[in-house]
Design a protein around this ligand. Structure first.
Ligand code: CP
Length: 291
């Protein structure tokens, strides 16, 4: 049996996505995971939600979790990522969850037999975030096909935007990108959120990723909020039943008005709750593997 990797949404078929979402929904309803194994969470970049919800998922599944702290590991002596992962494999680990600042770090791991689950690679992909976002949209609308999703913010540097762009389009959603022109990356985008706010079903706000690029010293939180943010006035113009999403962490008052973070339309904390069940489904997928 070969353990299954989850590296990107780009090569995931619709059938696989749907199976993962169905399993996540079953776990949300209390189904127990019929699987065991030993896993390690290798986080080389800061994380609150992804790391903690993987830990919660592992706990709920009764998996053995080996502790790993980069600050106390031989990474500090210059050990490579490949040698670190091969070491995990040698001592009997079945799956590693990795967050790393390098885009496509997993290319270095070719030949490793341990299952690799991508917890975010630089500005590349964040597949478990995309899956929990899809689950949240399914729970709300019962489908993704035909749903209009407006993704707003730092598109070029956002692994959330890239993962969701691929998966949402593949599943038949209509996706609009809103951002300053210099942050559009490979995507066609508009700078005018007001042109879309009344017709969109999902407004997905993104954090400005100051750590990934030199934001101009002229960057003004107030100006950004006014031009690209979900303001109180814009929320009032959203159509009935439309929802607000954000992967978090949130810059309150920058991409979204403080009081909207927990407003009636907001599904932000529901997304986080769904993250646990999606990660249970992904761990099951990785550990069950394929023949
Ligand atoms: N959404 C998300 O990936 O959050 P963390 O960086 O806290 O894991």
């Amino acid at each position: 049996m070969i353990l299954a990797n989850l590296l990107s949404m780009n090569n995931l078929e619709n059938q696989t996505i749907m199976t993962l979402l169905e399993r996540a929904e079953k776990f949300r309803q209390g189904e127990k995971a019929p699987i065991d194994g030993t896993v390690v969470n290798l986080f080389f970049e800061p994380s609150t939600r992804t790391k903690m919800s993987f830990e919660m998922a592992e706990n709920k599944m009764g998996l053995a979790v080996l502790p790993f702290e980069t600050a106390f590991s031989s990474i500090l002596k210059g050990e490579t990522l490949y040698d670190t992962v091969r070491t995990m494999e040698a001592i009997g680990v079945d799956a590693v969850i990795i967050r790393h600042e390098e885009e496509e770090y997993y290319q270095q791991l070719e030949g490793c037999k341990v299952a690799v689950i991508n917890g975010g690679d630089g500005s590349g992909q964040h597949p478990t975030q995309s899956l929990l976002d899809l689950l949240t949209i399914y729970q709300e609308f019962g489908r993704v096909e035909g749903i209009h999703v407006t993704i707003v913010g730092d598109i070029a540097h956002s692994r959330v935007a890239k993962s969701n762009a691929a998966a949402l389009k593949q599943l038949g959603a209509e996706v609009t990108f809103i951002c300053p022109e210099e942050w559009s990356g490979e995507y066609d985008s508009s700078e005018h959120l007001d042109d879309f706010i009344e017709k969109t079903d999902v407004v997905m706000m993104l954090r400005v990723q100051h750590e990934r690029h030199a934001v101009s010293a002229m960057f003004s939180k107030e100006n950004y909020h006014e031009q690209y943010g979900l303001t109180i006035e814009r929320e009032k113009r959203m159509k009935e039943g439309a929802i607000i999403m954000h992967p978090a962490p949130i810059n309150r008052g920058v991409e979204i008005a403080d009081c909207l973070v927990e407003c009636e339309r907001s599904r932000i904390f529901k997304q986080m709750a769904n993250g646990v069940f999606v990660r249970m489904a992904v761990l099951e997928y990785a550990l069950k593997g394929r023949d």
